[in-house]
Write a protein that binds this ligand. Structure first.
Ligand SMILES: Cc1cc2nc3c(=O)[nH]c(=O)nc-3n(C[C@H](O)[C@H](O)[C@H](O)COP(=O)(O)OP(=O)(O)OC[C@H]3O[C@@H](n4cnc5c(N)ncnc54)[C@H](O)[C@@H]3O)c2cc1C
Ligand code: SF4
Length: 443
């Protein structure tokens, strides 16, 4: 009898313990789900929930909520666990590492491009990287696959394929013109140099491509890759400066010059050769063209006098390094507002927008902007237009009558949107199709 009571007590205690553990576990999971719901709500408000390009797709029937995908993803809050399944939070921030894809023990994740609702425009590229226009090739992110390693690999492969079918008997200025000096263009140019091609590397901005625009402190996740004329780059984690230094060193060592500030405006095919025209109205002819222009497009210009001056920029790098300046930020989108706010504490900042009200900006930016204006940290000039840029001043029209004022100025930041590469490609005859949720990486 005594033994039975003892057993009942032991089993009872064990059951209570189990119930307590299960209740604690379920409460923890419910709390986590609620947190993820909250993050999804914010992501939707900020327009980050819908994927813009590559993103993970979770097969909920195979997901057993190990959380391995979340732990593996080097970016923050792209995935979360909700109601026992992995789910997308900030899908538009995914840069396609595929770490989640490899980490999932049940192979519940595939990588897709575009969604059923929101297609992604991609150019036609064959397996040897040639487009539907014979002689024009594409490498790197423009073709749909992100990541530095992929861009480096594709740049090399594309030029090797060009060489295989290439006949030096032509009367063009160059064998190959490479457009874009990001990782794909750099690797393509090094391959061209290695194989003795007569080449030209044209870049609308400066060396480095998208990597140049990364914040200084960003950790760049990558994996070992072969860089032509250099060898194996044995890096898993690196920084912007380390990568840019490496590229500068390799290009210098091989006497490769990047023609910077040379945006290519058009490519025309004429009797088997290509006529490439830049923004500076320079014209070059080439037997082959490699497009390594990424997918970020070109910042739109205002076309006002003085816009070519060095103090004018179309993106904000290292805002913490800028202080005590008179700055005008032009634009009415989130990038303009976020940049103006980042600069406002240490500088005299004017935010100029041509319309009367801001539309379609993130609610949190709206709140932060109103606060900064109310506190006198930032001067807002609505219905204003930048008319011209001088070395130490700018002229701004400030009302419907065209009344203009002159203001002291050291720096100008313009955020007037961008021209997507799509129009540029179509002008060159390259066919584009929209991908609606196409799987690009599956087990
Ligand atoms: C926020 C963010 C974080 C990322 N983090 C990582 C990471 O940690 N690891 C990783 O591997 N990848 C990362 N990526 C992705 C990586 O940066 C890109 O996949 C890679 O840079 C693509 O290389 P690319 O050479 O194809 O294009 P890009 O690097 O975009 O280079 C294209 C170049 O072409 C130039 N260009 C464009 N149009 C013209 C024109 N008409 N005329 C002349 N030049 C032109 C551009 O100015 C640019 O320099 C990240 C991307 C972003 C946006
Ligand atoms: S593909 Fe990369 S960035 Fe995108 S969710 Fe997976 S691990 Fe994160």
């Amino acid at each position: 009898m005594e033994q039975t009571v003892e057993s009942i007590l032991i089993y009872g205690a064990a059951i209570i313990l189990c119930v307590v553990v299960i209740v604690i576990y379920l409460r923890k999971k419910t709390k986590e789900s609620r947190l993820v719901d909250e993050k999804i709500k914010i992501a939707k408000e900020e327009g980050l929930h819908e994927p813009v390009s590559l993103h993970p797709y979770v097969d909920v029937n195979s997901c057993i909520q190990t959380g391995a995908c979340i732990a593996a993803c080097p970016e923050k809050d792209i995935l979360g666990i909700r109601n026992g399944k992995a789910t997308i939070i900030n899908a538009s921030r995914c840069i396609g590492h595929g770490a989640c894809f490899h980490a999932c023990p049940t192979e519940a994740i595939t990588l897709r491009i575009g969604t059923e609702k929101r297609g992604v425009e991609l150019p036609h590229v064959s397996q040897n990287f040639e487009t539907n226009v014979p002689g024009i090739f594409i490498a790197g992110e423009l073709g749909g696959m992100g990541l530095i390693k992929n861009a480096v690999e594709q740049g090399r492969q594309a030029v090797e394929n060009i060489i295989k079918t290439f006949n030096k008997n032509h009367n063009a200025d160059y064998d190959l013109i490479i457009i874009g000096a990001g990782p794909a263009g750099i690797s393509g140019t090094l391959t061209a140099k290695k194989h003795g091609l007569k080449y030209l590397l044209l870049e609308q901005d400066t060396l480095g491509g998208t990597v140049f625009t990364f914040p200084r402190k960003k950790i760049i996740m990558t994996s070992p890759m072969d860089l032509p004329l250099y060898g194996k780059i044995k890096l898993f984690e690196t920084s912007k400066s380390e990568l840019l230094d490496l590229w500068h060193t390799v290009l210098n060592k091989n006497g490769i010059i990047v023609s910077e500030n040379s945006k290519v405006e058009s490519i025309l095919s004429e009797s088997g050769i290509f006529k490439v025209t830049t923004i500076k109205d320079e014209q070059f002819t080439s037997a082959r063209v490699l497009l390594a222009i990424g997918r970020r497009g070109t910042p739109r210009k205002l076309n006002v006098p003085g816009e070519m001056k060095e103090k004018v920029a179309y993106r904000l790098l290292e805002p913490e390094e800028i202080s005590g300046k008179h700055i005008i930020v032009v634009g009415g989108g989130d990038s303009a507002i976020e940049s103006a706010l980042l600069l406002a504490d240490q500088n005299h900042v004017i935010l100029s927008y041509r319309n009367e009200v801001f539309s379609r900006i993130k609610p949190l930016n709206n709140i932060a902007l109103n606060k900064a204006v109310a506190e006198g940290k930032l001067e807002l000039k609505l219905k204003s237009n930048l008319l011209s840029i001088e070395d130490e001043t700018i002229r701004l029209s400030v009302n419907d009558n065209g009344e203009a004022i002159e203001l002291q100025n050291d720096l100008v930041y313009i955020f007037a949107g961008g021209e997507l590469p799509t129009q540029f490609l179509e002008k060159a005859g390259i066919k584009i199709t929209k991908k609606f949720g196409e799987t690009v990486m599956k087990h």
